[in-house]
Write a protein that binds this ligand. Structure first.
Ligand code: FES
Length: 191
């Protein structure tokens, strides 16, 4: 979609510039000689067309360009102050639809969509696990399914740790996992 938009914008802009360049060339070709009223009118019209095409293209791109900044599907920053202690209550990032879990191996960003049929899976503090309200799937703190119809663990999102302890979770980079937890699934976090 983005490439298509770029292609369309480039086409519109290219057409506009081509016409503008043509008009300028004609204008220069006649410079030094007396510019007839006919040429002047034609150049003015072509200039107006080029300008309108440029504005139309800019409006088209502005309207249809995907705006993912700060939304699900983009890379979202979680401040260090929100990272839970090891074994602490998972941090819920609502816009990003994920939890940040801190275990002995590091951090996990768990996509909260139930792999069974897609319900949002809440953290159940009284049980210390994730429990899906739709059909009863249960996940441990690492997001591994331990009961119910879920076919696999909660999916994970890619994490980048910044020098200041903040992390960036790429909600557009979601991965499935094996049926069991492995330390390599966690991103080391030394802060
Ligand atoms: S959608 Fe979660 S158990 Fe069915």
């Amino acid at each position: 979609m983005r490439n298509l938009l770029r292609f369309a914008a480039a086409g519109v802009a290219g057409l506009g510039f081509a016409r503008l360049a043509s008009a300028i060339a004609r204008f220069h070709a006649t410079a030094g000689t007396k510019v007839s009223r006919r040429n002047f009118t034609r150049n003015a019209v072509l200039g107006g067309v080029a300008l309108n095409l440029g504005l139309l293209g800019a409006g088209f791109v502005r309207f249809f360009w995907p705006n993912k900044t700060g939304a699900f599907g983009s890379a979202l920053t979680v401040p260090a102050s929100s990272i839970p202690e090891v074994g602490g209550t998972p941090f819920q990032y609502t816009v990003g639809k994920f939890y940040v879990v801190h275990n002995d191996d590091g951090l996990l960003a768990l996509y909260w969509s139930c792999p069974h049929l897609g319900c949002t899976v809440p953290w159940a503090p009284n049980f210390g696990e994730f429990r899906c309200p739709c059909h009863g799937s249960i996940y441990d703190t690492n997001g591994i399914n331990t009961g119910g119809p879920a076919p696999r663990p909660l999916d994970t999102m890619a994490i980048e740790v910044l020098p200041n302890g903040d992390i960036v979770v790429d909600t557009g980079n979601i991965s499935t996992r094996p049926s069991h937890y492995e330390p390599e699934q966690a991103t080391p976090y030394q802060f």
